[in-house]
Each structure stands twice: as structure tokens, then as C-alpha cells.
Design a protein around this ligand. Structure first.
Ligand SMILES: [Zn+2]
Length: 267
């Protein structure tokens, strides 16, 4: 990736970015994990960001939307300028439930947009993941919807964008019109009585209604749900997320064994 000899201008680029996570590096620096609309996930270095005198201030804290200038480095790109576009992080940090939901969102976004994802990597999908996360963090910062509902809706929609759309209306296996009584996360959501494998869950009807509303963004229906339905729906969404993330980790492990690191494609 190094472009030795190229001028500074040719070597630099600007982008909006959501801050997903940060790691400390050395005495005063941090590695910032970013999600961008056009470049997918980026890991970049912010030099001196941990000094109180840093020009970056709070622009590179988690959940912030910032406009950045970066230069290509030998390994990681380097952030040279950062200005705040929307300080979502400051507002989200004032509410514990919003903070917990935002943390789970960015962790999922980081895993779903990691460069090693193969066919699910950059391009159109990264742009969609960026817009989805941006909308969810903005909604959390506004504080007008229940953070848990925003989180579960975000998780279902980000998984759908990654290619794993769940159905909580028609049967996920045969397409028979629903609603159906049973849910099976490994089959992708609701299943009819004919398709229902042993061990499928049978959530309360209100829970299935809520899950369908979270998939399609029907907020009036979602906000009319009862607490018990929200808890049960959250458990099903967590199971669905875990199933797909674990399955992907396994397929990545197989890819790592079957390809020498130097032969791997880095688009
Ligand atoms: Zn069926």
C-alpha cells in the first residue's frame, strides 16, 4: 500500500467517518477504527491524540461523526486533520442504555465490515452499512426511541445488509404467508408448521409482531410492544446475530488455512 515518492497531495484523501473503536498506541497515539461511506472500514493512526493539547479534541472518540483528512502510510493510514460533523458520542455518553446500545452497534459494524470478509467486503455493502449505523447512532443521540429497540432493529437490518435477512412474517424456508407460531434462528426466522424443525422456539405472538416491525422499521408497532415481548425479541435477535457471526468466524478460519497470507486478495 506504500506509495513512496508520491507527493503529499496525491497521497492524501478526505472522508466522513464514524468512529467505531480506539486502541492506545505507544505514549500518546491511538489507532482509530473508522467506518466510511466510500472506503469501508479503515484503521488509522491519530498521533498525539492522548495529549490534552491535542488538536483532535474529542473528534476521534467512539460514536463521533467526523470529517477527516488522511495520508496513506506504510501500514496504517495517518489522520492529519479532523473536524466534528455530529458529536453523537457526547450525547450518547449521557445515557447508560444509549451508550450500551451504541457499543453493541459499533462492535457489530466492525465485525460485519472487517476487511477479511471476502465477498461481503467493501463496495456497495460498506456504504449501506455506513448509512445504517449513521442513522442508528443519530437516533440514539436524539433520545426519542428506546435504545434497546433501536439496537435490535439495527442488528436485524445490518445482518440483512450483510446477506442474512431474517423473516418474521412469511416462512423463512418455504415462503408460506405468515405470521407463524415458531421461530428458528438457524433457518432465518419464522417457520411454518410443516417446516418447523424440532427444538424451534415458540415465542409469544406479540414478540413475532415486534420482530417483524423491527425488520421493516414500523416504529408505531414497535413502540406499542410490551416489555415482555421486547425482552423475548432481544434474546432471539442475540441468538440470530451470534449464529451468523460464529458461522462467519468458522468460514474465515477455513479460508486462512487454505490460502497463504501473501496470496490473499486485499481489494
Ligand atoms: Zn414453511
Amino acid at each position: 500500500m506504500a506509495r513512496r515518492g508520491a507527493g503529499y497531495a496525491a497521497n492524501s484523501y478526505r472522508t466522513d467517518a464514524l468512529v467505531l473503536r480506539t486502541y492506545t498506541l505507544g505514549e500518546a497515539d491511538r489507532i482509530i477504527v473508522l467506518l466510511t461511506p466510500g472506503h469501508g472500514q479503515i484503521r488509522a493512526v491519530a498521533k498525539g491524540v492522548r495529549r490534552t493539547s491535542s488538536k483532535f479534541g474529542a473528534t476521534l472518540e467512539p460514536f463521533m461523526l467526523s470529517r477527516l483528512q488522511l495520508v496513506h502510510g506504510r501500514n496504517l493510514d495517518i489522520i492529519t486533520q479532523a473536524e466534528s460533523v455530529s458529536p453523537y458520542g457526547q450525547r450518547i455518553a449521557q445515557d447508560y442504555d444509549a451508550y450500551a446500545a451504541a457499543s453493541a452497534m459499533v462492535e457489530t459494524a466492525e465485525r460485519l465490515t472487517a476487511a477479511e470478509i471476502g465477498e461481503h467486503g467493501g463496495g456497495v455493502e460498506a456504504g449501506s452499512q455506513y448509512r445504517l449505523l449513521h442513522g442508528a447512532l443519530a437516533a440514539l443521540a436524539r433520545g426519542v426511541r428506546a435504545p434497546r429497540l433501536l439496537l435490535d432493529s439495527y442488528l436485524l437490518r445490518s445482518l440483512a445488509t450483510a446477506g442474512w435477512a431474517a423473516s418474521f412474517t412469511d416462512c423463512a424456508r418455504c415462503g408460506a404467508p405468515g405470521p407463524h407460531r415458531s421461530v428458528n434462528v438457524t433457518l432465518g426466522g419464522s417457520v411454518c408448521d410443516d417446516c418447523r424443525p424440532p427444538g424451534s422456539a415458540t415465542p409469544a405472538p406479540g414478540t413475532v409482531t415486534l420482530l417483524a416491525a423491527l425488520v421493516s422499521g414500523q416504529w408505531d408497532t414497535a413502540e406499542a410492544s410490551e416489555e415482555a415481548s421486547r425482552r423475548e425479541a432481544a434474546g432471539i435477535v442475540a441468538g440470530y446475530l451470534q449464529f451468523h457471526l460464529e458461522r462467519r468466524l468458522k468460514s474465515l478460519a477455513v479460508m486462512d488455512q487454505s490460502s497463504h497470507p501473501s496470496a490473499r486478495q486485499h481489494p
